[in-house]
Design a protein around this ligand. Sequence first.
Ligand code: HPA
Length: 273
Amino acid sequence: MEPIAAALSETIAFIQERVPTAPRVGIVLGTGLHALAGLIDVTHRFPYAELPHFPKSATAFHQGALLFGTLSGVPVVAMQGRFHYYDGFSMAQLTFPVRVLGGLGIRQLLLSNAAGGMNPAFRKGDLVIADDHINLLPDNPLRGLGDAFGNRFTDMSAPYNARLQELLSEAIAAQGLPVHKGVYVSVMGPNLETRAEYRWLRSMGADTVGMSTVPEVIVANQIGIECAAVSVITDECDPDNLKPVNIAEIIEVAGQADQKLSKVFAEVVGKLA
Ligand code: HPA
């Protein structure tokens, strides 16, 4: 058995010994997005540090815990805080939790992230549903694992599930918010982009830019989990009128949209019952 497979079995067994109900839906809460945790009827909470083989959360603004409970009546597991490549985690480490969630039996994975909005129709605080992505991260979570966990040549013709996108659109519209879809491009970071880089990313067909999500989506697709991702636009990336932006502002804007996003996820999860 490859080392990662042994670690995976141990972590899954550790959780299953303590949590009697298998989660149906997994949720990843991105930077500055944690209000959803308050809507979950939490039965079990594991700080990442207490979970065998879990990477340890390095960033101060992530509380770093796995939450189990029910949301809108559906058994869920939520990652409060995710692992980023820019923090130095390997692709295998930062996608390990997705493999754990898959092993626990989730069928859908809803991801959130804070992202820059390059499409000029997007405003700060808007929610944008990913309908596709471009991977510019310098490594791939399927590299070097063979086919031990599924087909390494994972099909990516539709990485974001159409029905989940539809449910998200309905839930966003139901709140009276603009419904946007777009292509998310993942970059390594952690610095933000130059004007020339935003221009280039936009010209290649991307609408939003961020530093996460794509590795998790690749792994989820490999193991047959339906995915959806929503970006909160935290800064408007117009290369001809670029304002300085800092991480504190990004977290603040994400925080302002947090309640909206949480309601949207709660509504969608309720429809998955
Ligand atoms: N670029 C990359 N990542 C981001 C941005 C951005 O402008 N905003 C929030 N995350």
